[in-house]
Design a protein around this ligand. Structure first.
Ligand code: PEP
Ligand code: MG
Length: 557
């Protein structure tokens, strides 16, 4: 095969060279086939079982290291299922007595066992039906020599997909991904955000030329130019290896910024914090020397689990993040689901316009039992560090007052139970709707801080769905309307004693850092991979004596 070049849009710089693994969510199609030699079929099954057991063992060890024994136990259960006597007897029976292929025998046995578990009285046993399917699918994939799906090998791969939903990104074995390349997706889709969190190159919008036929082939992702090379020729390979080495050298230089203050040449200080989706991102936060966590998207805790995360589970996650930051500020945003972040167990109605729908704070205020559990977990965790709580999608003063009332109820409950919490936890809101900008003078009187969510603010202001890649040419992220709104919110915040940060992706746009300095933005919260480049930009800027000029040039004044 000669080299194939596909052009897309780079959403995080860097060069990755490695094998392509195509993430396919298509269901395995199992054919019923007569076979002549049952013994050969049983041997094929044995081989697939050996590989399956090895995969499960490495998944178990990895999970045990990362999330602890309790969560890793599921892989032990899967191993036991593969070796279960009844399960194997049933498969062998079908192969031997009906002379049918191993795939069919496994699939039929899996259906039969899953049905048996489903009809049991006990909740725990009923839950095992999904495990039977899960482990049987793994066995089937190995029988069919399919490498698609979520990778579990030790080798790092370039993960290709049509696009990844947030619920899929949470299940990824992130340690084995060196780059992302997707057919669709938008600059601010969660795959793009994940790549920036993981500090790995990513390309979106490669279109339909990127197909599963490239699974297993060698590839190169150039995140700077948005180019994907498949089966590169020697000249391209050498060129890209050189580019990769240069990039790594530059990244190393940036690492030297670690421990230095973020002060512009003329003395303006800006906090540079990091955005995270789970406690597992803390490694990237610390490695990039962020001054704090400016946005913890707590909804990822909900996306990762199969049912509402308990108060204890949430408490543990918040506490881990607070403790890892050792007293530095951690802004945790309350649940922001809906729109592109859908969770089955919430059983939300299908909506015509989910981005303008029943989402985020609207769910929390109408389902107080969910909201209160989260607030309790947050307040309990507050004693373990420097916590701020932030609320998404605010459009009115009434909402903020309602939230504060609920928070008071939670505090009263904790008091009554003798559970400690910090009483001076900062309260803030996301500024991500045009309404919140326009009434930011009033909102600022209610809270301690604002954080501008430019991803949503841009989509609502420019009427451009952030999920729709077709709209990218229309979606001018530097539109003066957006920049003026940020300035308006900043002025109103400062007049009323609030600090203001930006936690949307625009905060990491280094071509705007000087504009943000001129507006007096106090904090920029960016993906961990962008912390050092943004700090570098701040240190090399000075705008004090030309603020008006900078703002005029950007169309803000
Ligand atoms: C935003 O809207 O800019 C934001 C930071 O929140 P999310 O991307 O999670 O909607
Ligand atoms: Mg948002």
């Amino acid at each position: 095969m000669s080299m194939v070049t596909i052009q897309g849009k780079g959403v995080f710089g860097g060069v990755a060279i490695g094998r392509i693994s195509f993430y396919s969510r298509e269901k395995l199609v199992v054919k019923r086939r007569h076979i002549e030699d049952p013994q050969a079929e049983l041997e094929r099954l044995e081989q697939a079982k050996t590989i399956t057991l090895q995969e499960l063992q490495s998944l178990y060890e990895k999970a045990r290291k990362e999330v602890g024994e309790a969560s890793a136990a599921v892989f032990e259960i899967h191993q036991m299922m593969v070796e279960d006597e009844d399960y194997n007897e049933s498969i062998a029976n079908i192969i031997n007595s009906q002379k049918l292929n191993a795939e069919y025998a496994v699939a039929t046995t899996a259906d039969h066992f899953a049905q048996m578990f489903s009809s049991m009285d006990d909740d725990y046993m009923r839950g095992r039906a999904a495990d039977v399917h899960d482990v049987s699918d793994r066995l089937l994939k190995n029988l069919m020599n399919k490498s698609g799906g979520i990778t579990s090998s030790d080798e790092k791969v370039i993960l290709c997909a049509d696009d990844l939903a947030p619920s899929e990104t949470v299940q990824l074995d992130k340690d084995s991904v060196m780059a992302f390349a997707t057919c669709y997706g938008s600059t601010n889709s969660h795959t793009a955000i994940l790549a920036r969190t993981m500090n790995i190159p990513a390309i979106i919008g490669l279109g339909e030329s990127l197909t599963a036929e490239y699974d297993g082939k060698m590839g190169i992702v150039d995140g700077f130019t948005g180019t994907l090379y498949i089966e590169p020729d020697d000249v391209t390979l050498a060129k890209m290896q050189k580019k990769q080495a240069e990039d790594l050298r530059k990244k190393k230089l940036l690492q030297e910024l670690k421990g230095k203050d973020n002060i512009s040449k003329d003395g303006q200080h800006v906090n540079v914090f990091a955005n995270i989706g789970s406690p597992q991102d803390m490694g990237a936060v610390l490695m990039n020397d962020a001054g704090g966590v400016g946005l913890f998207r707590s909804e990822f805790l909900y996306l990762e689990s199969e049912d509402y995360p308990t108060e204890e589970a949430q408490f543990a996650a918040y506490r881990t993040v607070l403790e890892s930051m050792g007293g530095k500020k951690v802004v945790i945003r309350t649940l922001d689901i809906g729109a592109d972040k859908q969770i089955d167990y919430f059983k939300l109605d299908k909506e015509e316009n989910p981005a303008l729908g029943y989402r985020a704070i609207r769910i929390c205020l109408t389902r107080p039992e969910i909201f209160k559990t989260q607030l309790r977990a947050l307040m309990r965790a507050s004693v373990y560090g420097n916590l701020s709580i932030m609320f998404p999608m605010i459009i009115s003063v009434g909402e903020v007052r309602q939230i504060k009332k609920m928070l008071d109820t939670v505090k009263a409950e904790l008091n009554a139970e003798g559970i400690p919490y910090k009483d001076d936890v900062e309260i803030g809101i996301m500024i991500e709707t045009p309404a919140s900008v326009i009434i930011s003078d009033e909102l600022a009187k209610e809270v301690d801080f604002f954080s501008v969510g430019t991803n949503d603010l841009t989509q609502y202001t420019l009427a451009c769905d952030r999920q729709n890649p077709k709209l990218e040419p229309f979606c001018d992220t530097h539109h003066p309307a957006i920049l003026r709104m940020i300035k308006m919110a900043a002025d109103n915040a400062h007049k009323n004693g609030c600090w203001i940060g930006i936690c949307g992706e625009l905060g990491a746009d280094t071509s705007l850092t000087e504009v943000f300095l001129a507006m007096g933005i106090d904090e920029l919260s960016v993906s961990p991979g962008m912390v050092l480049p943004v700090r570098d930009q701040i240190i090399n800027s000075s705008v004090k004596d030309r603020e008006e000029e900078v703002l005029k040039a950007a169309g803000v004044l």
